[in-house]
Design a protein around this ligand. Sequence first.
Ligand code: HEM
Length: 387
Amino acid sequence: MFRFDPFSAEIDANPFPAYRRLRDEFPCFWSEEANMWILSRFADIAAALNDWRRYSSANGNMMTELPNRAGATLGTTDPPRHDRLRALVQHAFVKRNLESLTGAIRDIAREAAEALRGRQRFDFIGDFSSRFTVRVLFAALGLPLGDEATVREKAVQMVQSDPATRAKGPEHIAAYEWMQAYAAKVIAERRAKPLNDLISHFSLAEIDGDRLDEREVLLTTTTLIMAGVESLGGFMSMFGLNLADFPEARRAVVANPALLPDAMEESLRYNTSAQRFRRCLTEDVEMHGQRMRAGDFVCLAYGSGNRDERQYPNADVYDLARKPRGHLGFGGSVHACLGATIARLSLTIAMDEFHKVVPDYHRVEASLPWMPSSTFRSPMRLELEPA
Ligand code: HEM
């Protein structure tokens, strides 16, 4: 009997054979293990994203949700409440003016890459990508330097779940509580003395007299730190992995860094770190002969939709020339990733600087230690050897 368990080590390591069976044989599948429906075809996921009235985010969007997040912040509210929150946060992004961060991002990338010069072997994640992404997020959000390692450790713990209980464990919840206390401290500091950073801007943001309330400011700050630090770092390791595994693409982008944005889009399609998010049905929905009931949770398997042959011919091939517009690597519709612009900007700069120091490299270990998470997928270590 076919089973699909997004909490299993097997799916953490390689979900793609199971996704293919889901798409071809069980496009609307009830997973006992996940206790939810799984949608795996591109067209069905895209339609669900646009149908946010029936596919609600207000009961949480992560496969295992953290306490008190549901219904309270970006990613866990529906319009019109969601749109109001999003407009206020977007307003802060505009004020921070990401273009003006470009020089700082380049400096952070150069410094992180230079530290690798002369090394015979290094961990792309521990020695490069996580150092880079945490510092970029600290600069953008305005977090005080000194706490980077702990913030990263807690952000990574928050998105994990316990494979045995298929729920958040006490250590994941404790990490979340730590992050909220940390966010509260930074908000208080920024309110007392605002700077040109995202937290200062959105904790004080006002549109037509409307402001975020205290809980919204706290949970949105916590979400931005988690989404920023974990998603950016997680995807960067997938991007590095792809360039290590596909030498033709790597040589092309090293010879012509203007191709890096195309490589990044193809990596977001080929294996986004944001594999699966969930929605909750507000009414019964019939699909592929199945009747899903109001109140049921539905997993939108973005990682599978991106490999759907019905949408992308030769979907299992990493093709630098593909330019996959409209992929699901950043989700889509009203909840499309708010950090997409800063992610695109910073990761192309990071890989450009990395390639100046390490233009050719290969992966050392054939099998990788994958993070235990039902929502995200990325390795915890990626040893590389310069050629
Ligand atoms: C390449 C790295 C990233 C990936 C792959 C990624 C992926 C995603 C995905 C798939 C969603 C949709 C979730 C859903 O459907 O419920 C999302 C939402 C979101 N992301 Fe990202 N993300 C990345 C980086 C970032 C960064 C750097 C930030 C913050 C600075 C961020 C902030 C957010 C927020 C706030 C939302 C919720 C938006 C809303 O509900 O309106 N993300 N992201």
